[in-house]
Design a protein around this ligand. Structure first.
Ligand SMILES: [Fe+2]
Ligand SMILES: [Fe+2]
Length: 322
């Protein structure tokens, strides 16, 4: 049994005061959006409750699928580094970046480079990246017993009013090689990506641009689990592949209060085991209950079983604010 927690989109608050030179163009609009809307949604006390709840359950590993930052300010990357170290060491947390971590084009060493050891592979397989620097640091692969965590980066700076993502041909081709090799070696393959990975799961201006190509690879090579964020809500889909169903699961923002049809913060706990030659994955969901002021059991289901089918397509195409 391997236990894996999944959280996403913490959108760490409070937002550091930006330098005037940092408030140009897209960041200025994002700054207004943060102060007039988003800062009331993403609350440090909620995130603290999520992290404490995860710690109480003591999973062996934590997957964090991006959007730690908000405007990709220099101070956000250093603060996020400090926060990551409080949550756990790089060996216990695997991070992939989100669009808010590449809000504008900034050098690797001034931005994502601060989190490099949380985004570096330790398993050499054909197709995997070995260096920490973009654009060649993804996909990376980490081995935790018989589970392989495959980290993708869909984080690219997008234009005004856009929150789209892109993997690019090189990453998608490398992923195909990795999935094929790991399948032949019998690993449980868990793919981590920020944007919803299939066509139609996000509005066009917020979607993964090459979702169709990624879907083709997942259908051809299979995967035991794909985890994502970005839409800030519960999402459960199944993609049929040549090698069996591929569960594709998204979680709400780890710091959000409930608003409208959007869910409050939650985290997922995956219990992964191999039984009679088949991977079995049980899932528990823990969510923020604002009335009780604490984390509570939300729901649970089993992948590769009928329960997953009942829950599929929940919140499939939400009105996202990613
Ligand atoms: Fe996002
Ligand atoms: Fe987000």
């Amino acid at each position: 049994m391997f236990t894996l927690a999944h959280i996403t989109d913490p959108h760490l608050a409070p937002l550091p005061s930006p330098r005037l030179s940092e408030l140009m163009c897209k960041r200025f609009v994002g700054y207004l959006s943060w102060h007039y809307r988003r800062k009331s949604i993403h609350q440090p006390r909620v995130l603290a409750a999520v992290i404490a709840d995860i710690a109480a359950h003591a999973p062996e590993h934590i997957a964090l699928t991006g959007d730690l930052a908000n405007l990709s300010l220099a101070a956000e990357f250093t603060r996020a580094r400090t926060w990551l170290e409080e949550v756990g060491p790089p060996a216990r947390i695997t991070v992939v970046p989100g669009n808010h971590d590449a809000y504008v084009d900034i050098p690797w060493e001034e931005g994502l480079g601060y989190w490099a050891d949380y985004m570096t592979g330790d398993m050499r397989v054909p197709g995997s990246a070995q260096g920490p620097a973009l654009p060649f640091g993804f996909p990376f692969v980490r081995q935790r017993r018989n589970v392989a965590l495959i980290g993708l980066s869909s984080a690219v700076p997008a234009g005004w009013g856009r929150a789209s993502g892109r993997l690019g041909t090189r990453q998608i081709e490398a992923l195909a090689t990795i999935l094929s090799g790991l399948r032949q070696r019998g690993f449980c393959r868990v793919v981590l990506i920020h944007h919803p990975p299939l066509p139609g799961l996000a509005k066009p201006r917020k979607a993964l641009e090459d979702a169709s190509a990624l879907k083709d690879v997942l259908q051809r090579e299979g995967a035991e689990l794909v985890l994502h964020g970005h839409n800030h809500c519960h999402m459960r889909n199944i993609l049929e592949s040549r090698h069996g169903p591929v569960p594709v699961i998204g979680a709400p923002s780890a710091s959000a209060i409930a608003r409208g049809h959007k869910s409050a913060a939650a985290w997922y706990l995956y219990r992964i085991r191999r039984q009679a030659g088949v991977w079995r994955i049980d899932v528990s969901v823990r969510g923020w209950d604002a009335r009780a002021g604490q984390m509570v059991d939300d729901s649970g289901f089993r992948l590769n079983g009928p329960e997953m089918g009942d829950a599929a397509d929940k919140d499939k195409v939400p009105d996202i604010g990613a």
